[in-house]
Design a protein around this ligand. Structure first.
Ligand code: 4NP
Length: 161
């Protein structure tokens, strides 16, 4: 076996896993690839509800991402308790996601892996990544701006970029 460290496993979590967290997965994956560090990461996303399981990212989010040059991938899934064990860093979009994810771990031994996404933002001081689902297109563009800021911050926090 090579002596290289294991990949860093990063999971983004929102409510439905069709708007914010798949966009974060797409943006973070591109940053990691652009930095030449694809082999060092496993990147995934999940939702705290299962209503959209198997669905592709929301068309409005996909269109907004494509306009910025991103390629779209991913199918929605619901987060499971095992994800807290299997991932190294779990990044949540808002306060509800944060408490819902931590509630999956009754022992609390994995709570230190769970972090609010906005804590990694440098250019925005929003209290949360807002849910754009019932809003207008500009809400999706604002979410992407937040996600680009915070995804860069995550990489910096890991000593990359
Ligand atoms: P997301 O957005 O949590 O960013 O994926 C939502 C998607 C679906 C619903 C709510 C928010 N929903 O109520 O179905």
């Amino acid at each position: 076996m090579p002596n290289s460290p294991p990949p860093c496993r990063v999971l983004f979590v929102c409510l439905g896993n069709i708007c914010r967290s798949p966009a974060a997965e797409i943006i973070f994956t591109k940053l990691v690839c652009d930095a030449g560090r694809k082999q060092d990461f496993v990147v995934d996303s999940a939702g705290t509800i299962g209503h959209h399981q198997g669905s592709s990212p929301d068309a409005r989010m996909s269109d907004a991402l494509k306009r910025k040059g991103y390629s779209i991938h991913g199918n929605a899934r619901k987060i499971e308790a095992e994800d807290l064990e299997n991932f190294d860093l779990i990044v949540t979009m808002d306060e509800s996601n944060f408490s819902d994810v931590k509630a999956l771990d009754k022992t609390g031994i994995y709570h230190s892996k769970v972090h609010p996404f906005v804590s990694y933002c440098h250019s925005h001081d929003d209290p949360r990544v807002p849910d754009p689902y019932y809003g207008e297109q500009r809400g999706f563009d604002h979410v992407i701006a937040l996600l680009e800021d915070g995804c860069g911050g995550i990489l910096k926090s890991l000593g990359i970029g």
